[in-house]
Design a protein around this ligand. Sequence first.
Ligand code: SAH
Length: 355
Amino acid sequence: MDHNLPPLIRDVPVAGLRGLLEGLGAAPYRGDQLAGWLYARDAAAWDEMTDLPADLREILAARWDLDGLTVRDRQVSQDGTRKHLFSLRDGHAIESVTIPMEQHLTFCISSQVGCAMACSFCATARGGLVRNLGAGEIVEQVLRLRRDAALETVPGCADRAFNLVFMGMGEPLDNFDALAQAIDTFTSPAGLGMSPRRITVSTSGHPAGMRRLLDLPQGVGLTVSVNGTDPALRRRLMPVPGRTPLPEVLDLAQEYARRRQRRVTIAYVLIDAVNDGDPEAAALAKLVRGRPFKVNLIPMNRIDERFGPPDAARLLGFQDVLRRAGVEAYIRISGGDDIAAACGQLREKHAGKDR
Ligand code: SAH
């Protein structure tokens, strides 16, 4: 982060806004008003906050930045998926995706610029980790996508409520403090007032982070990206998370489901001739059977010539092995492939300059 930049006002925890305004000599209720402008009303400029005294707005504007994200590009897929490219104040960029579901929208947001997990099938891994996002930058993605959805509603999505998935760029549990604070802003009544049940954190299998997530007051959902059960194969596909024994990760996931009273999703990207055989399906079934899990099978989205998805018959065959073993398994086609917005296709792209 450029240390000459003023902090983002949305980096301040919602519960800290009263104290912040008191520190500036204002009455505490001004903090509640400010929270309303930042989250419920999503003010585009300090001057919009007309019920705050002008001199107070001036002090705030001098010390804090209201916006950490600038929309650099917006693409709409044939299937209705929308992708935003945002630039950050230090010139880096992130992508966030709006996915129309049957009744609602799902916002898929990023937790880091790049990613350190080095998964061989994922485009985000290509540039490595650039930096963590701050809580304000995480929260602002949601506000921008919400603003976009209000301007142009998605056909069939009358419901204004949205779900939130930490399945964009980065490993959210590797940026735990910002993740936890963003979740607090999402769920606080003075923030976005979301139910934690509408939020899902996806991890490549980060035991220390999973333990911390277990202690979070908000019972958000959990997805674990497994992608391979054989240790050597998993390490090859997911070098960093592959070093953690999968049984330990799945035990933690089971503990999570038990404590939250909510099933954990196991994500498995199916890659043609790599991890999509019946023996792999049987091994996966053995690991998850009898546990409070369900499995989402994601056909690999292409990012280069190296890996591709299995054909439809193989997808169904893999699913069938799981189902016969008593495991609930769904095939999930991720949308937005035509605009590189599907799972695994997000990266730190710069407008007009591909990295
Ligand atoms: N780092 C976290 C959050 C990112 S979620 C995690 O790994 O869970 C992104 C999801 O997309 C993960 O489940 C990942 O396994 C999957 N994915 C990555 N590359 C993909 C690709 N090329 N095609 C389909 N899914 C992919």
